[in-house]
Design a protein around this ligand. Sequence first.
Ligand code: ADP
Ligand code: MG
Length: 733
Amino acid sequence: MPERTPPISSRKAKGEPKPELALGTPLAGIRGIGQALGAKLATLGLTNIGKLIAHLPMRHEKLEAETPIDELVPGQIGSARGEVANTRIVRRGRARFEAVIVDDTDRLDAVWFNQAYLGERIRPGMRIRVQGKCQKFGPGVQMVNPRFEILPHAGQETTAMGNAVPSIAEPGMHEERLRPVYPASEEVNSRAIERAIAKVIDAAIPLIEDHLDDAFRSKRNLAPLAQAYRLYHAPKEPAEVLSAQRRLAYDELLLLQLGVHMKRMHLREGLKAPVLKWTEQIDEHIRRRFPFELTSAQNGVIKDMIADLGTRTPTNRLIQGDVGSGKTIVALYGMLLAVASRHQAALMAPTEILAEQHHASISRVLAGSTVRIELLTGSTPKPQRGEILARLSEGKVDILIGTHSLLTESVRFKSLAVSIVDEQHRFGVHQRAAIRAKADDAGTTPHVLVMTATPIPRTLAITLFGDLDISTIKALPPGRRPVRTTVAGLDRRLEIYESILPRFDAGEQAFVVVPAIDPGADPQSAAAPAEELADVRTVLSDLEKGPWKGRRLAGIHGRLNRQSRDSIMERFRAGQVDAIIATTVIEVGVDIPNASVMIVENADRFGLAQLHQLRGRVGRGSRESVCILLADPATEEGMQRLRVMEKTADGFVLAEKDMEIRGPGELFGTRQSGLPPFKVADLMRDRELLAMARRDAAEWIRRSPLLNRPEESLVRRRLLKAYGPSLGLGDVG
Ligand code: ADP
Ligand code: MG
């Protein structure tokens, strides 16, 4: 992971008479931190004051005001402190650990279920603070599973983890307080970090330089950076956390957007792409090949594309359209424009199955033309691969279709003008950069068009793909019938499989999607008790013996070799197989118009966006299609989530919902995108800040494309440190 910007420059504040500490001062030497704690903090990379101050809390926890034990109120959250009078571990029934806590006023019973190990930590004679919901218990009060903190004896503090750290004065415990919760580790817990920060914060704050000037800040109602750091580490009230959070989140978003816009500006100004001319004859020539009239939604996007490709500025456009909206043909139009100008085009798909399918369908559309098409994937045999590469570099291949293997060093084009990336959500920023690097000898760089059928919520699109222009195919081709979606419990499984039989008799086909390939534990949750997951092998044999006996069934998954997979898909396409039982290898792109049934087993294991993709495999022909989601979700929430699928067919709505429920990281994985995760910003919560940061960054880069004015040196340095490597700003900076 790229290093984060320490938000603090190592320069000392001007005009300070005798600066005792600097941001670069090592922690181990600081009074009150010392060698032992210093060494532990170093394991988190926190070696000096600046780095420690840049280590921000993940969240803030409310500490209730303490009361004497006899003032705790049953039914309410309360907090109290006292001495542990005695403890016991109960192993029969529900195993639990119990402690009796006494103060001058009364006794309190604390009980922790399934945490017998607390017996090692909480011992009679210790002073302890507990916080939790109070319940009536006999004549007194009980807390169940309270949060606790072991309090120091005179002169020494012991943290809840049992580490001894030097004592600091406890803040007033009779008021509510917000405690920062830090990313911590085995060696050093959040409390120890909090105390170390308390040691240095007063000295550190005046050293923090702001990269935004007063006027800029006050116009946007943003706190000064130093103040934001102080409030985030040591807030007195929630409003202070919010104010700090606003500034710090804005900074993260602004720096990313500055990087994205800088990169984009660089592309515009610095790189040249082939100009692809468009004429009515060329247009007519291309469209003559197409098996159908394009929809006006498709034509709209093609218009954007023609305008892009006709300039020397490398195109960088995201084409998003819901599942089945017909992006492939739009991509093909772009590729054929390249070929018409005697250049080459590439189409990159996320899976081999999809690459194979594109190759087959494009070959069909272009059958009888002079366009030379080749397929290159990880499964292409070596000799054949060598031969394709040789012809490619001589310009004897017009369209190359493949997987990410197209990105490898050995793949050289003679004159690549258009690169299409299908299903972008599977590719990150890095890959896009690698594609663009496939420049030819003349030093031109290709136009890049990125297709996605997983609609990207606007917020994410802006963040991750802010360097792209966006076109959307808003409508589906005519004649599509909506897919009827049903959520059903496992008790209806047999009945549901049987209900499909008449469809087979009518010549229709089905997909059954399962989460696993083989029987066995769920690889995703090694710790959790293994839930029974449907797998290709078991479901296939169950169906063969049971409800679908005598039907032509086949299993497909990622471990199958290409030939077997190809031949199954071919037989399915030709109607020689009634149903395919598959893992999510068929999730994206697979286009079999005759398939009208999608059954998903363990549907609660999939994200909404993914289910929507799967559902998109049917409803492509004129037949009335069904999508059946089989699941018995363990929670009401899980059920609600699946019900959303019944209610909406709009991929954008689903994607937004998915992001709300599972978080953006789950959906696209910032890791996958190649960007470092945000520490403070939250794309759901901070939508408005993001919009503001985006506007500000665009405006700023327009005025100063390289951020090289003297007053910008701080923001530039912080930007390059945070996002330089991940955005590939090396050539810019
Ligand atoms: P996606 O956007 O999901 O990649 P595809 O490009 O695979 O969608 O198209 C889905 C199906 O719709 C394909 O069978 C394709 O041939 C068909 N199709 C695309 N555009 C049209 C159109 N304008 N009229 C009729 N069918 C179309
Ligand atoms: Mg597609």
